[in-house]
Design a protein around this ligand. Structure first.
Ligand code: C2E
Ligand code: CA
Ligand code: CA
Length: 591
């Protein structure tokens, strides 16, 4: 290993023959010093020789344990060629300061790093310079720093870049892109993640996130960057060759990939995601803009009912700002109890007798006027207000029903149908909330029927089985709302304690137009009879529909033909005078 000393000039000979630096050094150095220390000689031509070194320095330089000093430094390692080392030398030489340099060798696990200093010792002539060199092993510290950096840049659960690293990577790419219309930002947010978190616990929720990230990685095009940018949110940046159609196709694949069941701690969980996409355009100046726009689009997808993709357009930002304003207005409306319930009668299809009512929330906004429940229920769900709204609706509906019991003399007790959204089931203590509302009003469970959509049932299947059984045990019945629109498999009908199917309005409105819809309704009524369930047709608007539905075996109906949703006082009057519909005197728009 050791290179023979070159037959160099006189200057070099002088440098090597003067032992003063070495002897001074030899006295100082402790064998066991955990820091590498050595003395170098430098000839006038910048060639370095190691005159002496402690064992640590020799080990750090990967030199033989007992070299024949003096030894040319470049015969041991190539440090003297490094720019860093040269600069440290220059610094010390010119300014009399301690020059600093670093050294690293080995790969991966075996990689070691060192921090070194060089100091030109005083009073030497140019040809026999002595230098004190030290080397510290910084491997552990470097590993710690690397880990720290990793944990500040990567998500520890999925190993994906976090938001801050993601933005940096995206901005780097944007800086380099020269065809600025060929990139897409796709933001993917898990719908109702909180529900999984609260009902199955953090470890199952983590497992879900991990599996989602793995499924997403599989779909990720080669050049794309996938990151976890918030607890239940991923972002995918595709920097090349993406048209709008291709970005949408990728989003479809994502929905599809996440469509199959996740098994978490033996629970089967179905998830949907809301996706927002923004394509790079001239108005975009940074990764932040792209993400913001994709987020606005994603929020829109949520507001439109989740489980879908929305492509960003400038209108959306305005809309998301007004959505935010609506959210705070709704919060206030709930606090000041300025929402109302209207009640739509549910009637016997043949006699028109009112057998129950469905409570439907109404919000008359102080400046915007009436706002559709489709809109404000979605706002409530996204803003985490649905628990409060749902509790209010249950309490209000129960107390109203108790009032009607007192002031009217119905031959049979009315049933109160109350809508329950999926997000509400995730609120802690849902069953207790229902029970409390009944108790406060002095009603028993048979008097209320909770309406849940098929997708609410299916996307929370594992979480709600016990809940539904518990409600059932208290006499409360369950209706499947908008039946026929949500879920292709009907296996859940056997699995859950369901009492009523409410045939979606879309089937009823097409009645008479296509034989297909009559057939479907007929099959639903037969199926319901077999399973011991009742059927209510929604959206009955005409006498012809009423008649046909009756013939198809549908016993109950709800719709403008019988009555619109009415304020409580109108229902009171209706129940006090007569309880069969349609009541032509009262037929008219909702007020
Ligand atoms: P839904 O549960 O399917 O309620 C029936 C909707 O159909 C009501 O719309 C009702 O006004 C309308 N409707 C009834 N008969 C007819 C008809 O003959 N023709 C037509 N075209 N429409 C008819 P609304 O009141 O706008 O409510 C919309 C949705 O908002 C409801 O759909 C329900 O999903 C939700 N919603 C309303 N109130 C609440 C609530 O208190 N809690 C929850 N979670 N959701 C609610
Ligand atoms: Ca309903
Ligand atoms: Ca419905």
């Amino acid at each position: 290993m050791q290179k023979n000393l070159p037959e160099t000039s006189q200057r070099t000979d002088r440098a090597l023959s003067d032992p003063s630096g070495l002897s001074a050094f030899a006295e100082m150095v402790l064998e066991s010093m955990p820091c590498g220390v050595g003395v170098l000689a430098c000839d006038g031509e910048d060639e370095f020789f190691l005159l002496g070194a402690n064992p640590a320095l020799l080990a750090y330089l990967r030199a033989p344990e007992t070299p024949d000093f003096p030894v040319a430094l470049d015969s041991i390692c190539d440090i003297s060629l490094s720019k860093d080392f040269r600069e440290a030398f220059e610094t010390s030489l010119k300014h009399g300061e301690i020059g600093q340099f670093s050294l690293a060798w080995g790969e991966a696990e075996a990689r070691r790093t060192f921090a070194g200093t060089l100091q030109v010792m005083a009073s030497q002539d140019k040809d026999t310079r002595r230098l004190l060199m030290t080397l510290h092993d910084t491997t552990a510290e470097t590993a710690r720093q690397t880990e720290l950096l990793r944990s500040t840049l990567y998500d520890p659960l999925t190993g994906l870049p976090n938001y801050s690293l993601f933005l940096r990577m995206v901005n780097d790419i944007l800086d380099r892109l020269d065809t600025p219309d060929r990139a897409a930002m796709i933001v993917i947010n898990l719908d109702r993640f909180r529900l999984v978190n609260e009902s199955l616990g953090i470890s199952a929720a983590d497992q879900l996130l991990l599996e989602v990230s793995q499924r997403l990685s599989k779909l990720c095009p080669d050049e794309a960057i996938l990151a976890r940018i918030a607890s239940d949110e991923f972002a995918l940046f595709v920097p090349v060759n993406v048209t709008e159609a291709e970005a949408l196709a990728l989003a479809r694949k994502i929905h599809h990939q996440l469509d199959t069941v996740f098994t978490l701690d033996q629970h089967n969980v179905y998830v949907t995601v809301s996706i927002g996409i923004d394509l790079l355009s001239k108005q975009i100046h940074s990764g932040e803009d792209l993400v913001d726009n994709a987020l606005s689009a994603m929020h829109r997808a949520k507001a439109e009912g989740r489980g879908r993709t929305v492509l960003y357009h400038a209108e959306l930002r305005k809309r998301s700002q007004s959505l935010f304003a609506l959210e705070s207005d709704l919060r206030e409306a709930l606090d000041t109890k300025s929402l109302e319930l209207h009640y739509q009668p549910i009637c016997d299809m043949r006699t028109g007798a009112v057998i129950g009512v469905e409570a439907l929330a109404r919000w008359n906004h102080p400046t915007k006027g009436p706002i559709s429940p489709l809109e404000f229920i979605a706002v409530a769900e996204n803003a985490g207000l649905i628990g409060k709204l749902g509790r209010w609706a249950l309490e209000e509906a129960c107390s109203q029903l108790a009032y009607w019991d007192q002031v009217t003399h119905q031959s049979r007790a009315l049933t109160m149908n109350v809508n329950v959204s999926g997000a509400q089931l995730g609120e802690p203590g849902f069953v207790e909330i229902v029970r409390d509302a009944l108790t406060m009003a002095g009603l028993n469970g048979e008097r209320i029927r909770l309406e849940l959509t098929e997708s609410t049932i299916m996307s929370n299947a594992d979480l709600i089985t016990d809940m539904l059984l518990d409600l059932k045990a208290q006499g409360i019945s369950i209706a499947v709302d908008d039946f026929g629109t949500g879920y292709s498999s009907l296996s859940y009908l056997n699995r859950f304690p369901i009492d009523t199917l409410k045939i979606d309005r879309s089937f009823v409105s097409r009645l008479g137009e296509s034989a297909e819809d009559s057939k479907i309704i007929h099959i639903i009524t037969m199926l319901a009879r077999t399973l011991g369930m009742t059927v209510v047709a929604e959206g009955v608007e005409t006498e012809a529909q009423r008649k046909l539905l009756g013939e198809l075996g549908c016993h109950f109906g709800q719709g403008y033909f019988f009555a619109r949703p009415l304020p409580a006082r109108d229902v009171t009057k209706l129940l006090q005078t007569q309880a069969t519909l349609p009541d032509t005197a009262r037929d008219g728009p909702e007020h």
